[in-house]
Design a protein around this ligand. Structure first.
Ligand SMILES: C[S@@+](CC[C@H](N)C(=O)[O-])C[C@H]1O[C@@H](n2cnc3c(N)ncnc32)[C@H](O)[C@@H]1O
Length: 243
């Protein structure tokens, strides 16, 4: 089982520290996008967390199930209105099976990167494919690796610097890894939370999808279907399970 980086301390602060991601301007387009793809079918969220996306999607009438490693994150989901109605399996989303067949599976907010080996990411695509109906879709929201702006010899990249949050990515280019360091003010001092990721280019994910019997259907740079270009810093990709 992978290490749980979303234990009690992180879970207790998650909704506050990710407040920007709960902003309706950010969240509503994601929920619209996912609801449209789910159609009349059911949806499976990998890394469901505190239900940021799952709860509003469920409110739209989509039956949502989830998988998450962190009991603490899921406990926060359970406390919220509607949180009891969502089936959640505790486990690793690269291997854990849940009941049912889904028209949609999704993995947002860079969470595929929490799987820190290529084998685990490949296994995740295969696990998703085994849960999808033919023609069902898998959606990933993921940052494009920031290597174009990492000068030779450097390994640190500041991605946010504000009084509330200092975010620094530490790249390990040889191993296609990075550690995201987050510094936040806490009780008159600073709290540091560091989390390991494996970064991957969109093309590598397309190959993982192909290995799992899925084909790229759409790629955008955001939930409002903004075009994906050389300058895009993130992508929203949709692969379809072949019939
Ligand atoms: C950044 S949070 C995203 C939560 C939610 N999807 C959202 O958008 O707010 C990542 C979530 O994925 C879960 N997670 C990370 N790696 C996992 C794994 N290998 N298997 C299952 N859950 C995992 C964490 O416990 C955490 O709840």
């Amino acid at each position: 089982m992978p290490e749980d980086h979303f234990g009690e301390e992180v879970a207790a602060r998650y909704d506050m520290s990710a407040a920007d991601m709960f902003d309706p301007d950010v969240l509503d387009p994601a929920v619209d996008f996912l609801a449209e793809l789910a159609g009349d079918g059911a949806a499976l969220e990998l890394g469901i967390g505190t239900g940021r996306v799952a709860l509003p999607l469920s409110e739209r009438g989509v039956r949502v199930s989830g998988i998450d490693l962190s009991e603490s994150m899921v406990a926060r989901l359970r406390e919220k209105p509607g949180g009891d109605e969502i089936d959640v399996a505790i486990g690793d989303f690269s291997t854990t099976k849940v009941e049912g067949a889904f028209s949609l599976a999704y993995l947002v907010f860079n969470t595929i990167g929490n799987l820190t080996t290529q084998d685990a990411q490949v296994a995740c695509f295969e696990n998703v494919a085994s849960h999808l109906e033919p023609g069902g879709c898998f959606v990933i929201e993921l940052g494009v690796p920031g290597l174009r702006t990492l000068p030779p010899g450097e390994r640190f990249q500041v991605f946010e610097f504000s009084p509330e949050h200092i975010g620094i990515d530490e790249y390990d280019v040889e191993n296609q890894g990075l550690v995201s360091h987050h510094l936040s003010p806490a009780e008159g001092s600073w709290q540091l939370v560091s989390m390991p990721f494996r970064y991957a280019w969109p093309a590598e994910l397309d190959l993982m999808a192909r290995l799992a019997g899925m084909t790229l259907r759409e790629r955008w740079s955001g939930w409002n279907r903004e075009p994906f270009t050389s300058e895009s810093s993130k992508h929203v990709s949709v692969w379809e399970k072949r019939a």
